[in-house]
Design a protein around this ligand. Structure first.
Ligand code: A2P
Length: 287
């Protein structure tokens, strides 16, 4: 597991409080935190995973697939922040996040208890490499995720550009247990009824969920299933080539390195915002 350095901020709450009112107007709910956003829904998927939605700062623009720093005020009075991929698409009114619960994690041990109406801190500075701009044009787009690494793809799957730019989109999601697939499975099931992209998707989407520690229709690490060729025969598609295929990877560090090596074995090259190429990688940050 990877622990990012906490980002601290010494600003006082009043320095970012934009909600000053006069006596004539009813007082709106005042942010008590710097960059405060209000929680609008919370859903617990398993004892290890939950998702939540918060209000979106009116000025926040982001590209589907990017992440922001979010968190809570620490006991020392300084913000305790972590990088979280935005799971909602860039056009959504709210922001959605998908998180692991680490029992002794500095942030998630507390964040997992948030309720509707609570406030979190959200720094409105989106960044990240899992963006369409970092890939050269191609025909087939692969999303490779483990666990909460599904989050940026939950955003990109609801992004019209994904369906405009590619003939086929294949998403693989490897989790320990079947319950850990539910967030992704529900989201994928909802896409066909999505008013914005439902029709654009048509029959372009292929979903390939696998589990490694609990029985499910497809067992195994995606890396092993690629090496054996099983994923290609299961889906009835050709193996990846640098001419046709593009990929985005988001999982734990070892997973990212293993998939990267496999893709490089197929002749694909890693890209970045500054130098688009055939695949991009982002770590799913854990607490
Ligand atoms: P496994 O159960 O064999 O470790 P985690 O919750 O530890 O982040 O893992 C999420 C999923 O990713 C698990 O199913 C795990 O399989 C799988 N996984 C972890 N590391 C790798 C890797 N290097 N390559 C492929 N899959 C991996």
């Amino acid at each position: 597991m990877t622990e990012m350095m906490p980002v601290t901020d010494a600003r006082t709450p009043n320095e970012t409080d934009q909600n000053a009112t006069t006596q004539d107007t009813p007082a709106p709910k005042k942010p008590v935190l710097p960059d405060a956003q209000t929680v609008t829904s919370v859903k617990h998927w398993t004892d290890r995973l939950f998702s939540f939605r918060v209000t979106r700062p009116r000025t926040l623009r982001f590209r589907s697939g990017e992440f922001v720093m979010i968190g809570l005020m620490g006991d020392n009075g300084k913000p305790l922040l972590r990088a979280y991929s935005i799971a909602s698409p860039s056009w959504d009114d709210e922001l959605e996040f998908y998180s692991i619960k680490v029992p002794d994690g500095p942030l998630t041990s507390r964040l997992q208890h948030i309720k509707v109406g609570d406030q979190i801190i959200l720094r409105p500075k989106p960044v990240g490499t899992l963006v369409h701009d970092a890939l050269l044009p191609g025909k087939r787009l692969w999303f490779f995720a483990t666990g909460t690494g599904f989050a940026p793809f939950a955003s990109l799957l609801r992004e019209p550009q994904t369906w405009e730019d590619y003939d086929e989109v294949i998403i693989t999601h490897t989790c320990r247990t079947a319950g850990e697939l539910h967030y992704g499975a529900d989201l994928i099931a909802s896409l066909k009824d999505d008013p914005l992209i439902g029709e654009m998707i048509g029959d372009k989407l292929r979903y390939y969920p696998t589990t490694t520690r609990e029985q499910s229709p497809k067992m195994g690490r995606i890396t092993d299933l690629m090496r054996s060729g099983e994923v290609y025969s299961d889906l009835g598609v050709e193996p990846m080539t640098p001419e046709t295929d593009r990929a985005m990877i988001c999982g734990n560090l070892d997973f990212n390195l293993d998939i990267k090596a496999l893709l490089e074995g197929y002749g694909l090259e890693e890209g970045a915002n500054s130098k688009p190429a055939q695949f991009v990688v982002e770590k799913a940050f854990l607490d």
